[in-house]
Design a protein. Sequence first.
Length: 86
Amino acid sequence: MNVTACGVHHGASHGKGGEFNLAEVLVQEGETLESALRRFKRKVQQEDIIKEIKRHSFYLKPGEKRRTKEALARKRNRKKRNKDVE
């Protein structure tokens, strides 16, 4: 029995030749389904499949992407400064 995640398209082009990354776990002889599912979830998490799906689920304009990135940097720096003060 195979347990497989949905395909995730990598790369900028959406045409032919796109790479699809599938997380696949083979259920071993005598292994419980819960154990195989646990291994599968761990593999999906390690391969950042969910992160890729979320990243490709909507389009951000380059300016919006830059502003978001800058806001996260400001937040990180603020946390770092507050940590250093304490």
